[in-house]
Design a protein around this ligand. Structure first.
Ligand code: HEM
Length: 259
């Protein structure tokens, strides 16, 4: 893939850079790795071929498991909240008889945005992230001393469920919160994609994927609760935080529209 990008014409490269992450990274390849390798870390410019391959592998690992986990939670939560499913369906039908999903149409689905946000708040696929201090520091309120090299954990899931930052009970799954009382929540209370300049590089793609997939699913199927045992929820901590017991009944709404 790297060679394919390098063989493009300069016009094509300029164009592809705007839409392809890999094409964009390829333009950052070091012209002479040997020269860069002899420089200090601060002086080095661009990416070595090895670093570029590592980045590409990271996109696969960071991009696949997280998005599929979010989708699994979404399906489980929908099966537990038929009212929410009905509201998504009503918004999708609107005055849109052809049921098209153009970009404009997707943009207009405000309630669906709230649902996706609420799924990522209620059950974030990544429960936390961390940062390594580059200098000694103190916590502002407690004055606790921190040292260069310390690793600080940032508990994404705890922030999203902390009563201090939410007007409506954070232990409730309630997408409407983002249209009302919790519209202006603290920006760092909801960071399913992390924050700062090392935040998730694929978050726009992830939100878009989740929105398109959910809209398509909701146009055709309804998820029913498979019962207290097989659809009990709970979670397992693997690469991401996955739902443990998901067992839903899939009912096709309009068989004729998909045949
Ligand atoms: C629902 C889906 C996703 C979730 C919840 C998620 C979550 C996260 C989180 C929490 C981080 C750490 C951010 C930080 O420490 O501030 C991260 C980093 C990252 N994610 Fe995602 N992610 C998702 C989808 C994706 C996708 C689709 C891609 C790429 C195609 C991707 C690529 C990356 C990369 C490359 C990083 C590392 C960024 C860096 O260190 O500079 N992620 N993600």
């Amino acid at each position: 893939m790297i060679e394919q990008e390098q063989n493009e014409t300069s016009d094509a490269i300029a164009e592809r850079k705007r839409t392809s992450l890999i094409a964009s990274l390829v333009t950052s390849l070091q012209p002479d790795e040997q020269i860069e390798a002899n420089k200090s870390e601060e002086e080095k410019k661009g990416l070595s071929r090895r670093e570029l391959i590592d980045e590409m592998l990271l996109f696969l690992v960071a991009g696949f498991e997280t998005s599929s986990t979010a989708l699994a939670w979404l399906i489980h939560l929908m099966s537990k909240h038929p009212r929410v499913q009905q509201k998504i369906k009503a918004e999708l039908i609107g005055d849109n008889e052809k049921q098209d999903l153009s970009l404009d149409r997707l943009d207009s689905l405000v309630y669906l945005d709230c649902v996706i946000k609420e799924v990522l708040r209620f059950c974030p696929p990544a429960d936390g992230t961390n940062r390594t201090l580059t200098a000694d520091d103190r916590l502002p309120i407690t004055g606790a001393q921190l040292y260069k090299g310390d690793i600080v954990g940032i508990p994404i899931v705890n922030l999203a469920r902390d009563n201090r930052y939410w007007s409506i009970d954070p232990n409730l799954f309630y997408p409407e919160r983002f249209l009302g009382e919790d519209k202006d929540h603290h920006p760092y209370a909801l960071i399913p994609f992390g924050g700062g300049h090392r935040q998730c590089a694929g978050q726009d793609l992830a939100r878009f994927e989740l929105k398109v997939i959910t809209a398509r699913l909701m146009q055709h199927v309804t998820f029913g609760d498979g019962g207290p045992e097989i659809n009990a929820g709970g979670y397992v901590h693997k690469l991401t935080i996955l739902p443990k017991h998901v067992g839903v009944i899939i009912e096709f709404d309009q068989l004729s529209s998909i045949l």
